[in-house]
Design a protein around this ligand. Structure first.
Ligand SMILES: [Zn+2]
Ligand SMILES: [Zn+2]
Length: 132
């Protein structure tokens, strides 16, 4: 088969550094901004891109948010932007979260395989044996 042209999905990590207290797990985390897009390539040369979407992934617990596209586009153009919580819509829960109960924070670990949540500091999921 000779490959001439095709449509693929690409992903790019944008240069953005901000440290915040994560609103999901309560730890310090960094925003990692990613852009995904579809592109058409011809002889391996990407010709045009469309359907750009921007996501923010937390470095602490891997929660994923969809980023306000206006902010994402500005960032992709190399402009200075400030991403705040109001630009983010949660699309995927992270592998930890914290709750505030009786005056203390509790950190819950969540199994990515089966969704089991525990407040114990287990290394492996008691339900399915997956790594927490
Ligand atoms: Zn987090
Ligand atoms: Zn599990």
């Amino acid at each position: 088969m000779i490959f001439i042209g095709g449509i693929s999905q690409g992903q790019k990590i944008l240069n953005y550094v901000k440290t915040v207290i994560c609103d999901r797990c309560g730890a310090y985390g960094r925003y990692q901004v990613m852009m995904t897009y579809m592109y058409f390539s011809f002889f391996f040369i990407p010709l045009f891109k469309w359907n750009k979407k921007f996501y923010v992934k937390m470095s602490c617990c891997e929660a994923v948010y969809e980023l306000n596209p206006e902010k994402g586009k500005a960032l992709a153009r190399g402009q200075q932007v400030d991403i705040t919580q109001s630009d983010l819509t949660l699309v995927q829960e992270g592998n930890r979260r914290s709750t505030y109960e009786n005056g203390a924070y509790k950190v819950w670990k969540k199994c990515v395989r089966c969704g089991y949540e525990t407040e114990e500091d287990f290394e492996y999921c008691p339900k399915c044996g997956g790594r927490l």
